[in-house]
Design a protein around this ligand. Structure first.
Ligand code: LLP
Length: 421
């Protein structure tokens, strides 16, 4: 459920008409709903109620400081994968002891910065990384709390590009070698083993892969404890999927996911962390765009929008589906007509949807891409020298620009001409 609904024939974000925001900030823009963000975060809290837990929001899904501050104020921890994301989490007011540092290629500089400014744990993904972290921590006279990220060799059954838990994927250490690598970690100075971590992929629409991976993790935890390691914390990663179409998708609910977690880990006396991104913010955001032209092609009709692949890359990159709806509610029973919905960027990959049945639409009309709050703005680029589009947050009847559209002068001023030119 989200808070983008038609009211009196117009699409609203909570109590603000999206057309009103469009008039104020221009199109295209991203718009997020505070109430939806809050609701989704609370669903996870309810799902894990009774367990000692921390929900570490995956910052990569949407890293705007206003989003992070909203979630941080609700008690969220943060899962970060770069020095930049770490700085964002801290700038949003999240204390170091609630920040988990994940990622397959942390640099020594990033490790040092996090150790200096406070960190809950590093999720370490390889033996060389263990070695590097041990060296950095000892050189600072510090101790780095660590979980090892385990690769369980489980297929998440999701898109090829976002599956992370199979043995051929670059992530984690093979679970079969876990005991040996834990022994190595325990011997290294400057490290303190606190637990274990997994993340098997994103947009999972079935609980079975979670069950397979978590069962392996619970088993391994018993073995590691018997080996004498202190496993006080298990990080279960993120990955729970969301419905991208209104009609026929019913991915498992946080409550069902929580029941699985409770069943597998409930009696293990262990603190549980999860790292959801998409489920919290995905359906809490829309991308609003205007039709520039309706163009009749050869055997097909195009809607050419002012948003493009550089603003929302998911359709071009993963063949992802986003519902696209007009801001003016179509009349009941309005005839639908297929359109190819495209952006102005100069490649055919800049296609959002092919032969998508749409109500009557013409130049000047506004549309909203649904489910655009996760992996939307954060994956945007300035390809074709298109400015990064603004982000807006709505709360009740108020809205605020939480990142303005840059001017062309600002964009051009970032380049410098070498002195020989
Ligand atoms: N934890 C780790 C270590 C991750 O790598 C990820 C996502 C998450 C948590 C959050 O997963 P979520 O709950 O959002 O599924 N750009 C792609 C998704 C990439 C996901 C990468 N890792 C997309 O647009 O579908």
């Amino acid at each position: 459920m989200d808070h983008f609904i038609y009211r009196d024939g117009a699409l609203y974000a909570e109590d603000v008409a999206l057309a009103e925001i469009a008039a104020a900030v221009g199109t295209p823009f991203y718009c997020y709903s505070d109430a939806t963000l809050t609701r989704h975060f609370r669903l996870f809290q309810e799902a894990l109620a009774g367990l000692d837990h921390l929900i570490c929001y995956a910052v990569k899904a949407n890293s705007n400081l206003a989003v992070l501050r909203t979630l941080g104020a609700l008690g969220a921890g943060m899962d970060v994968v770069s020095g930049g994301e770490y700085r964002r989490a801290r700038a949003a007011g999240v204390p170091g002891e609630r920040i988990v540092f994940s990622g397959v290629g942390k640099t020594r500089e990033e490790m040092r910065h996090a150790l200096e400014h406070g960190i809950r744990q590093f999720n370490v993904e390889s033996e060389p990384e263990l070695q590097a972290l041990s060296e950095v921590a000892t050189s600072m006279g510090a101790t780095a709390p660590i979980c090892l990220r385990l690769n369980p060799d489980v297929d998440a059954g999701t898109h090829e590009k976002i599956a992370t838990g199979r043995k051929e994927d670059k992530f984690g250490v093979p679970i079969a070698r876990a005991r040996e690598i834990y022994a190595q970690a325990a011997r290294l100075p400057g490290l303190q083993v606190v637990g274990a971590d997994m993340h098997i992929g994103s947009q999972l629409t079935d609980l079975a892969p979670f069950e397979a991976a978590y069962t392996k993790l619970a088993e391994l935890t018993r073995t590691l404890r018997a080996d004498g390691h202190q496993i006080i914390r298990l990080d279960l990663g993120g990955g729970l999927g969301i419905p991208y179409t209104r009609s026929n998708e019913t991915p498992p609910l946080p409550l069902e996911y929580g029941a699985l977690v409770q069943r597998i880990f409930g009696d293990m006396e262990v603190e549980i962390e999860i790292e959801p991104g998409r489920l919290i913010v995905g359906n809490a955001g829309v991308l609003v765009s205007q039709v520039i032209y309706a163009k009749a092609g050869e055997g097909r009709d195009f809607l050419i929008l002012d948003a493009a692949m550089n603003d929302l890359i998911r359709p071009a990159m993963y063949g992802a589906h986003h519902d696209i709806v007009p801001l003016r509610e179509p009349e009941a029973g309005a005839a639908l007509r297929p359109f190819d919905i495209v952006g102005p960027v100069c490649e055919s990959g800049d296609t959002f949807a092919k032969a998508r049945p749409m109500p009557p639409l013409t130049a000047g009309d506004l549309v909203a891409f649904r489910s655009a709050g996760a992996y939307g703005a954060v994956m945007a680029s300035e390809y074709n020298t298109r400015p990064l589009i603004p982000e807006v947050m709505v709360k009740g009847d108020q809205f605020a620009v939480i990142r303005p559209r840059p001017t062309f002068d600002e964009m051009l001023a970032r380049d410098t001409i070498p002195r020989w030119l």
